[in-house]
Design a protein around this ligand. Structure first.
Ligand code: ATP
Length: 226
């Protein structure tokens, strides 16, 4: 069984007729368990589309997507289950629910269905460095703390694949470094396949390989040397 994340010749177009936009053009990508990769590229290149397809949120027009060995083609019901159980999403820091405490934010994914072996939300908050703040709501946390709570929430189901969009957009350099260190450590310890979309060049040194996306195409991944 193929683990981690695998995309095989994935293409995606938006619209039809004269209004067609090619978002992804024959994109192939393999991310191994325990590997963290970065995707960079100009605005409109297709990076968010790549995350949407890898996360089973958008079905591509052609090609295959496998998450933890499971093909995302097929029924929406099955895809929803893969999304819930095998994929963690970390989007920008302010996507927490305003009325929920930190520990309830982390518990939330466990309320959507049966998760066989969840991590303990309190232990997870401690692991991401937000111990003693579990009863705070988002407005009582700093930007870096909110981002960490968002990461803890993404990790609670022990996903095979972690998809991260611009994790440092709201953070200063030191906080960015800490958040990336955390993502890289969790990726290795928990054997996840992690994809980070970023504009921030400081992020790259925490990643194993970097890919560039241009006009819907992905360049071959380069090992990060710096
Ligand atoms: N729902 C949609 N309907 C039509 N076109 C779309 C839609 N979503 C994205 N696009 C187009 O698809 C292309 C790829 O967009 P995408 O959001 O994936 O790029 P991106 O690399 O993430 O950009 P950014 O760095 O600005 O977030 C762009 O030309 C965009 O305008």
């Amino acid at each position: 069984m193929s683990e981690g994340l695998l995309l095989e010749r994935v293409s995606l177009r938006y619209g039809d007729g004269e209004e067609t936009t090619v978002a992804l053009e024959e994109v192939s990508l393999r991310v191994e368990p325990g590997e963290i990769i970065a995707v960079v590229g100009p605005s409109g290149a297709g990076k968010s589309s790549l995350l949407a397809v890898a996360g089973g949120l958008t079905v591509p027009d052609s090609g295959r997507v496998l998450v933890g060995g499971v093909d995302l083609a097929g029924r929406e019901r099955d895809r929803a289950r893969v999304r819930r159980e095998r994929i963690g999403y970390v989007f920008q820091s302010n996507n927490l629910i305003p009325s929920l405490t930190a520990v309830d934010q982390v518990r939330l994914p466990l309320t959507f269905g049966r998760v066989t072996d969840p991590r303990d939300p309190r232990e997870l908050l401690a692991a991401v460095g937000v111990e003693h703040k579990e009863d705070r709501r988002p407005h009582q946390l700093s930007g870096g703390e909110r981002q960490r709570v968002g990461i803890a929430r993404a990790l609670v189901t022990r996903p095979d694949v972690l998809l991260v969009d611009e994790p440092t957009a709201a953070l200063d350099r030191q906080r960015s470094h800490e958040v990336l260190e955390l993502l890289a450590r969790e990726t290795r310890e928990r054997r996840m396949a992690t994809v980070v979309v970023t504009h921030d060049h400081d992020v790259l040194r925490h990643c194993d390989r970097v890919f560039e996306m241009v006009d819907g195409r992905l360049t071959a991944g380069e090992p990060v040397t710096a």
